[in-house]
Structure formats: structure tokens, C-alpha cells
Design a protein around this ligand. Structure first.
Ligand code: SRM
Ligand code: SF4
Length: 517
């Protein structure tokens, strides 16, 4: 399939080797055997790496308790699906939970290898998949969390997002055409006006734009490519100088993935994301290769795109484009959910809405399709005392990656620390507006500190002769229209010394007032 790989054989790194030896997807046929042998006796490469092709992650921090990363295109999930997830994590007691991720997705914890055959059957029963969600695959495809609900959206992209996922994963069965990319890959499709998807940090992003085609103005997408974060380098996506109609989105994704698969750099994993290939070729040659792959000329980008709003966070009650219906965004502190929460979310979505739930890139939940007449009763639900509709300004925009509780890359603990810090800060100061504070446990930047108002990136620092947990501080991330990445402004603050630093930043830059004054 990937002819370059055999030519490159002498310089294959460990990951390229393991992919050549056995395709990641092949472990699908081995699940019963893994279940019988157990996690300690099974082949380590299958366990630590190839299982990620099925969305199953060995966690060195909690050996034997795996993480399962799903795929939820556009962040949409039904109550029936959520209940199945609740049942899966419930059986693991205190080990079981679910996190809403920064790609509007869910990750389950506590998963035991012996349960995988049963779990995959349960997922299949409700048409859910976790396939190709880790390692060198395309991640969950993101979209506006209010696609199809938003009265001001330009294109309802839900169907397109599903079609792109189906193309990449063979409708959830697994697709060996795209299981050996040089590295991970992110795709996002925006249909609204507020760049809810962070177009700038995806390998491919589609942004609504009008182009004049044969004398007529048509609505489609401008395309940007190559955005990514990694420990070594972070880059915003750049224009491909291509406009496509909605009907061409799937074909363009396919062509770009094929070019990347067949020509992407594979020798050094630190230099394998799409932007490195674009650097090497130049954007014109990359565009020409994509055109050749798709088999026809592509239209140039429209002069302007339609992103002209500030980014919304969707927390609170909002009328939908469907008369008499509302969506309600509720805050899930740092995205952490337990089985009981999943059951309750499923229940309220059924009782008050249309049995549908949405997840946001800010790790929160939206319940859509609540009639005006049911709104008051909905807002009285006890669950909303835990997951607020009108949270305090600092809590409202808090985002955190997994951190050292489960992630072996982590240099610091994040989620619990993030929550505790906000509570302490809110006891001291009043913030007049939300401040987007993102905690990420290491330079991999899963919680996107570069898009935050204040980004905190885990590091190790020396304090009083000891190595302690600390953060580098990022500021200036701008989201929505005219989005641009923030930069590191201060390095190496020990976490124990962080509170006064944040206190001052909030007062000096975000109009917060000290309660003591
Ligand atoms: Fe990430 C690796 C968690 C979004 C950049 N990321 C990991 C691993 C799999 C590392 C590991 O094996 O432990 C983490 C799993 C920890 C765990 O147990 O939960 C992990 N990443 C996450 C999540 C769960 C963070 C969160 O709390 O929300 C997000 C899952 C999204 C999803 O549903 O698929 C997550 N990761 C991101 C993002 C944000 C985004 O996509 O907008 C980024 C930066 C954007 C990008 O990729 O360009 C991101 N994760 C990375 C990287 C650096 C990639 C690189 O090119 O070097 C790694 C390390 C790697 O891939 O080698 C990584
Ligand atoms: Fe783990 Fe680092 Fe990603 Fe946080 S940023 S989830 S610590 S890899």
C-alpha cells in the first residue's frame, strides 16, 4: 500500500517498523485471544501500540486499566449510546469514568482487556466506534457543536463530518487505506461564523466562504492546512488556496490524506506532521500534488471567508433555529464524568429534549431540542447543581488535559489542580468576564494552551534544591475571527507559587478585582 516504506527501510524508526510488521488494525482479529491471555502475558507491541488502532490505550500509570477513546463525529451522541457508555464504565467502580476531550469526544477509563470483545459488541449494537482514534490515524472530526441548531450557521456540516469519518474508517469497520499515515492527523469542518473548531490548529480545516463559480456566488469552504501542536513545534494552519463545494469535501480529504500517506516524512517522528511535508515541498507544490491526486483542477480560495464572529462557548440557554426549541449548554468541570453522570445526562436528554446530546471542544455538554414549555422544569433538574448552566466566569472557561493521573507523558497533575486553583482564585477575586484558562500537562499541548487567554503548560522546575511541578505561562491566544496563537510569556513557575501570579495576571490583563479591596 505505501510503496515508500520499503524504499526507506534502512531508516525506519521504531513506530514505522511496528506498522510494517503488522498493521495496527490486525489486532481486531486477536481480541478474544488477548482477553484469554490477559494484559500481562500478551505481546507488548500489540498491547502498548497496536491496540490504539482500535482506540484502546494501555496506561502505564494504571497498568491493566486501559483507556478507550471513541469517535463522535461533530461531538454528537444519543442518550442510548451514552447509556451504553455508562454501563461500560459502571462495572469498573471507582476506576471507571469518562472524560470529554478537547476534540469534542469521550474517553472511557478503567477498561479491562478481558471485557473488550463484549464492549466492542455493545458499541456496535448502538452504532458507535472507537476505531482509528489513536496513533498514526485521523482523530475525531470536529464541527460546530450547534451544527443544525444555530440560526446563524451557513452550512449544516453534520452529514459531511459523518461522511468524512465513514470514508476514513470504512464506516467504522476500519480502513487499512488510512491506518499507516506518517503521524496523527486532525480534520475539522466549520459551518458557523465563529470558528468554533479552532481551524488554525488542524491539519485540514474547512471554513465557510462564498466563491463566484461561472458567474454565480456559491457557498462552500476555503481550506487551510498544516496546523498542529507538538512538543517541538507549534504552527497555525496556512491557506491551501483552494475553495471546494460541500460535495467535494470528502474527495479533497481523501486526496490530501493520500498525498500525506504516500509522501509524508517518516524518518523522524518529531518531523512527520503534515506541515513538515508542506515546508519541504512549498505550498504550491503541495497544492499541485493534491490537484493531481484528485484528478482535476481545484478552484482558488475565495477572497474572504465568513468567520466574522467571536467564538461562543454555548454555556447557558439559547433559542434554536427551530421555532420553540432551545439548546442548553452545561458546564462539566474539566470534562470529568462518572457513570452516574452519564446515566443522568442520558435521562434528561430523553425527558426534556430529543434524546440527543452534544459535546464541545471546551469539554462541556449541550442538550438540544428542549421545547420552551419544558425549559423551566429542565432548569430545576438537580443535575444542574453539579453541572451549572450559569457558572462563575473563571470556572466557565476552564479546560484541562488528562495530566499525571492517567497520562504517562504528564509532567504535572492538571485536572484536580486546575479545579482547586480556580476555587481559590474565585475566593480572592471577582472576574467581570470569562477568562479562558487552559491547563496542559506537558508540551504535547493536548489542552491547547496556545489558544487560551492564559495557557499553563506543565514542566519541572527547581525550587529550594528540589525538582517540583511547575508551569510555563502562555498568553495572547485569540480564538474565533482573526484567531492567532498565543506565546510563552513566563517560564518555570512552581505550581505552589502560581496562585499569586495568576491573581495578578487576572487583575492586570482581564479586569478582575480583588475582593479584599
Ligand atoms: Fe493529545 C498524545 C490526550 C487532544 C497533541 N494525547 C496524547 C496521549 C494519547 C498520550 C498518551 O498516550 O498518554 C494522551 C492520552 C492521555 C489520556 O490517558 O487521556 C492525549 N489529547 C488527549 C486528550 C484526551 C486531551 C484532553 O484531555 O482532552 C485529547 C483527545 C482528543 C480526541 O478526542 O482525540 C487530546 N492532543 C490533543 C490536541 C488538541 C486538538 O486536537 O485540538 C493536540 C494538539 C493538536 C495537534 O495534535 O496538532 C494533541 N497528543 C498530542 C501530541 C503531540 C502531537 C505531535 O505531533 O507531536 C501527543 C504525543 C504524540 O502524538 O506523540 C498526544
Ligand atoms: Fe498527556 Fe501531555 Fe497530552 Fe496532557 S498534554 S494529555 S500530559 S500528553
Amino acid at each position: 500500500m505505501v510503496s515508500m516504506m520499503t524504499e526507506q527501510a534502512p531508516s525506519l524508526n521504531k513506530f514505522e517498523k511496528l506498522k510494517v510488521e503488522k498493521d495496527g488494525l490486525a489486532v481486531k482479529a486477536d481480541l478474544e485471544q488477548f482477553a484469554q491471555v490477559g494484559w500481562e502475558a500478551m505481546d507488548e507491541t500489540d498491547r502498548d501500540h497496536r491496540l490504539k488502532w482500535l482506540g484502546i490505550f494501555f496506561r502505564p500509570v494504571t497498568p491493566g486499566k486501559f483507556m478507550m477513546r471513541l469517535r463522535l463525529p461533530s461531538g454528537i451522541i444519543s442518550s442510548a449510546q451514552m447509556r451504553v457508555l455508562a454501563e461500560i464504565v459502571q462495572r469498573y467502580g471507582e476506576d471507571g469514568n469518562a472524560d470529554v476531550t478537547t476534540r469534542q469526544n469521550l474517553q472511557l477509563r478503567g477498561i479491562r482487556i478481558e471485557d473488550l470483545p463484549d464492549i466492542f459488541q455493545r458499541l456496535a449494537n448502538v452504532e458507535m466506534t472507537s476505531v482509528q482514534s489513536g496513533m498514526d490515524n485521523v482523530r475525531n472530526i470536529t464541527a460546530s457543536p450547534v451544527a443544525g441548531l444555530d440560526g446563524d450557521e451557513l452550512i449544516d456540516v453534520r452529514g459531511l463530518v459523518q461522511q468524512v469519518q465513514d470514508m476514513i474508517t470504512n464506516s467504522g469497520q476500519g480502513n487499512p487505506e488510512f491506518t499507516n499515515l506518517p503521524r496523527k492527523f486532525n480534520i475539522a469542518i466549520e459551518g458557523g461564523r465563529d470558528n468554533s473548531i479552532h481551524a488554525e490548529i488542524n491539519d485540514i480545516a474547512f471554513i465557510p466562504a462564498f466563491q463566484v463559480i461561472e458567474g454565480e456566488s456559491q457557498l462552500g469552504f476555503n481550506v487551510v492546512v498544516g496546523g498542529f501542536f507538538s512538543a517541538k513545534r507549534c504552527e497555525a494552519a496556512i491557506p491551501l488556496n483552494v475553495w471546494v463545494s460541500p460535495a467535494e469535501v470528502v474527495a479533497l480529504c481523501r486526496a490530501i490524506l493520500e498525498v500525506y500517506r504516500d509522501h509524508g516524512l517518516r524518518a523522524n517522528r518529531q518531523k512527520a506532521r503534515l506541515m513538515w511535508l508542506i515546508d519541504e515541498w512549498g505550498i504550491e507544490q503541495f497544492r499541485a500534488s493534491v490537484e493531481e491526486q484528485i484528478g482535476h483542477a481545484l478552484y482558488p480560495a475565495a477572497v474572504k471567508d465568513e468567520i466574522d464572529w467571536e467564538k461562543r462557548d454555548h454555556i447557558g440557554v439559547y433559542p434554536q433555529k427551530q421555532a420553540g426549541l432551545n439548546y442548553v449548554g452545561i458546564l462539566i468541570p474539566v470534562g470529568r464524568l462518572y457513570a452516574s453522570d452519564l446515566f443522568e445526562l442520558a435521562r434528561i436528554a430523553e425527558v426534556y429534549g430529543s434524546s440527543e446530546l452534544r459535546l464541545t471542544l471546551e469539554q462541556n455538554v449541550i442538550i438540544p431540542n428542549i421545547p420552551d414549555t419544558r425549559l423551566e422544569a429542565f432548569l430545576q433538574e438537580p443535575l444542574l447543581e453539579k453541572f451549572a448552566v450559569n457558572p462563575s466566569p473563571l470556572m466557565r472557561s476552564l479546560v484541562s488535559c488528562t495530566g499525571s493521573q492517567f497520562c504517562n507523558f504528564a509532567l504535572i497533575e492538571t485536572k484536580n489542580r486546575a479545579l482547586a486553583m480556580i476555587k481559590e482564585l474565585e475566593a480572592e477575586i471577582e472576574a467581570p468576564q470569562p477568562v479562558r484558562i487552559h491547563w496542559t500537562g506537558c508540551p504535547n499541548s493536548c489542552a491547547q494552551p496556545q489558544v487560551a487567554d492564559i495557557g499553563l503548560m506543565g514542566t519541572k522546575v527547581r525550587k529550594n534544591g528540589k525538582t517540583v511541578e511547575g508551569v510555563d505561562i502562555y498568553m495572547g491566544g485569540k480564538v474565533g475571527k482573526d484567531a492567532h496563537l498565543g506565546a510563552c510569556v513566563t517560564k518555570g513557575i512552581p505550581c505552589d507559587d502560581l496562585k499569586p501570579v495568576l491573581h495578578n495576571l487576572l487583575i492586570e490583563h482581564f479586569g478582575a478585582r480583588s475582593k479584599a479591596v
